[in-house]
Design a protein around this ligand. Sequence first.
Ligand SMILES: [Zn+2]
Length: 252
Amino acid sequence: MSALARRTFHGLRQTGRLAFDAVVPPVCVACHAPAGEPDMLCPTCWAKAEFIERPYCERLGIPQPFDMPGETLSQQAIEDPPSYDRARAALRYGEIANRLIPRFKYADRTELAPALARLMVRAGADLFPDADLLVPVPLHWTRLWQRRFNQSAMLARDVAARTGLPANLTALRRVRRTPKQVGLPRKARHENMAGAFEVSEAGRAEIAGRSVILVDDVLTSGATADACARALRRAGARQVDVLVVARVVDQF
Ligand SMILES: [Zn+2]
């Protein structure tokens, strides 16, 4: 290609890109109203998004009803501590999370992953400095086959791209298919998940002595995250934190 042709081609491409941006301005990932930039919420949805902000329990990441000076842990974290060290969620599971997550997970709207990862990076800011790697909650292979993609692995990959942390998508495996958790009481959920995960033989070298951030889309009872954290600790993980898009928070 001659220099002139190259310049012309480059010019056309630039013009094309400008034209494309002008024709397709960024829209809100939740409601499709105009948004300031791609992969973002519009101001209305941002205001409704129910971000989880401090004061929250430093262990469980759940909002505290009020700020108690010197009290950084919730009663629940003290009475029934989880197997993970810290959990952080971007949003309460409310209207906005419910518009985003089921579409992402069940309707193949995988293009939502960068927007969700962006929210997670905001929520996980104090986890990243201590972390060595990101590990997604794995799906059992039969479910992966039905759904064709693991939503947690997509989120881990996008959080990795934004933070520069490596993501290991294969070290943690789901070795037992578990019945659906819906409707089960808390204790039964934990029993249901026991032994469902393990770190692969090859994955042990990656996990031993490391500080791991476990990535998932939603934290409900915490039973899945707890079972994963136990498997990671059995493989020698030094620290296990949890980062999700949204968590279910009981009203108080
Ligand atoms: Zn919106």
